[in-house]
Design a protein around this ligand. Structure first.
Ligand code: AMP
Ligand code: GLY
Length: 420
């Protein structure tokens, strides 16, 4: 079978890497891909949001399965468009992907079906949003409702910061039309964990747990990023919690989406806060997490392709998911300045030497005249496994130290919650 993976980040390199190990796959394409996917797939120079061109490519090249990495094309309706043409594609339809595309919609579903989440209110009027702070003074979270590449969430310590956040989102339009609506919600405290599941619209199959590090700097300081590193499993996520999350969050959500006439097929990603009152949902994403996918997929024993197919066919209840017991850790190497402005086009060296003992997933890289150049904020995800998490951390950082380019930034404390 010919498979097309859409996207060009670390998550997509990990997907291509895993899919390429399936005996069911003859050819694999990645659009647009990066220098890492180029080694195991044929890169196709079409951006992830150019749906017409992707559709034409899939039809011409008789693609048997398309797997979508990022949220943007899902929210734009790529799955609906492919399905209309009879093409097999893994991911939720536009109406189901609204779970990620609109935080207001997502919170309303959680409330309607009694799923555990922070108390909230939604506003489309700047003035009414401001008035919310007449009564609230404590810490609060202000979120742009629409897609904002993980940046539209502002954590506020008091009402002054809350008012500023409302201005940033609704008046200054810092996140464009994603900020036409805001969600203002209760500040939750605890550890965060990412729980990803396959869903075929009726049933769910949970993956092992993962935790990522969203803040740019050591000690969880600095601005939030897409994720500076991740590891799997998360020891804090016990079997009991897992059962609870499956029975009280994932299953009910899939049933809720069915009742709403928006059956959910694809990856369901719950960002959870483990509070002292139990797990609460911070957000749902409609896709694999980046960088959580990197440590998860190096640990996944099962062939992933039959799982994608079972989700499309509604036969997930006949599937099993096996994991390697060894923990894994992914350290993201970013360009200095990320998540703000940064330089591209720097030559990267040491990749072969570093890659001897770990998997170096590429994110923002490109091949030019035989050289690998940096081409994004998050550049590489160095992913190691070991008999325990501290050994995996050590192995990952040893490999990191062998990779060089001009202007590297990475966190030195990935996995600190497990190792300390
Ligand atoms: P979201 O995109 O909604 O998951 O938010 C991004 C990040 O902001 C989360 O991963 C949390 O670190 C933080 N966050 C979001 N909502 C809350 C909340 N209600 N309380 C505390 N932190 C939050
Ligand atoms: N690592 C967070 C995300 O993929 O949304």
């Amino acid at each position: 079978m010919r498979v097309l993976v859409i996207g060009g980040g670390g998550r997509e390199h990990a997907l291509v890497w895993k899919i390429s190990q399936s005996p069911k796959v003859t050819d694999i394409y990645c659009a647009p891909g990066n220098a890492g996917t180029a080694e195991i797939a044929k890169n196709v120079p079409i951006a992830a949001d150019q749906i017409d061109q992707l559709l034409e490519f899939a039809q011409k090249n008789e693609i048997g399965l398309t797997v979508v990495g990022p949220e943007q094309p899902l929210v734009m309706g790529i799955v609906d468009r492919f399905q209309e043409k009879g093409l097999r594609i893994f991911g939720p339809t536009a109406r189901a992907a609204e779970l990620e595309g609109s935080k207001a919609f997502s919170k309303d579903i959680m409330k309607k079906y009694g799923l555990p989440t922070a108390e909230y209110e939604t506003f489309t009027s700047h003035e009414l949003a401001q008035r919310y702070f007449d009564k609230e003074t404590g810490p609060i979270v202000v979120k742009a409702s629409g897609l904002a590449a993980g940046k539209g969430v502002i954590l506020c310590r008091n009402s002054k910061e809350g008012l500023n956040a409302v201005d940033t989102i609704m008046k200054d339009k810092s996140f464009g039309e994603a900020g036409d609506k805001v969600v203002i919600e209760e500040f939750l405290e605890g550890q965060e964990v990412s729980v990803l599941a396959f869903s075929d619209g009726n049933t769910v199959l949970l993956m092992d747990s993962a935790q990522d590090h969203k803040a740019a700097l050591d000690g969880d300081k600095g601005p939030n990023t897409g994720g500076m590193g991740a590891y799997s499993p998360a020891p804090i996520f016990t079997d009991l919690l897992r059962q609870k999350v499956r029975d009280k969050i994932m299953f009910p959500l899939v049933r809720a989406m069915q009742s709403e006439g928006r059956p959910y097929k694809g990856i369901l990603y719950a960002g959870l806060m483990l509070t002292k009152h139990g797990p609460k949902i911070l957000e749902f994403n409609a896709r694999f997490g980046d960088p959580e996918t990197q440590p998860l997929l190096v640990r996944m024993e099962s062939d992933i392709v039959p799982l994608f197919e079972a989700c499309i066919d509604g036969t997930l209840d006949q599937q099993e998911l096996q994991w390697k017991p060894e923990p894994s850790v992914c350290v993201v190497m970013a360009a200095k300045g990320y998540p703000g402005s940064y330089e591209r086009g720097k030559e990267i060296s040491g990749l072969d030497e570093a890659g001897a003992d770990v998997v170096v997933f590429h994110a923002g890289t490109k091949l030019e005249a035989g050289k690998v150049l940096s081409n994004g904020g998050r550049v590489l995800g160095v992913t190691a496994t070991g008999p325990d998490t501290p050994s995996a951390i050590k192995k990952a950082y040893e490999a990191v130290s062998k990779i060089k380019w001009d202007g590297i930034h990475y966190r030195k404390d990935i996995g600190h919650r497990v190792s300390s």
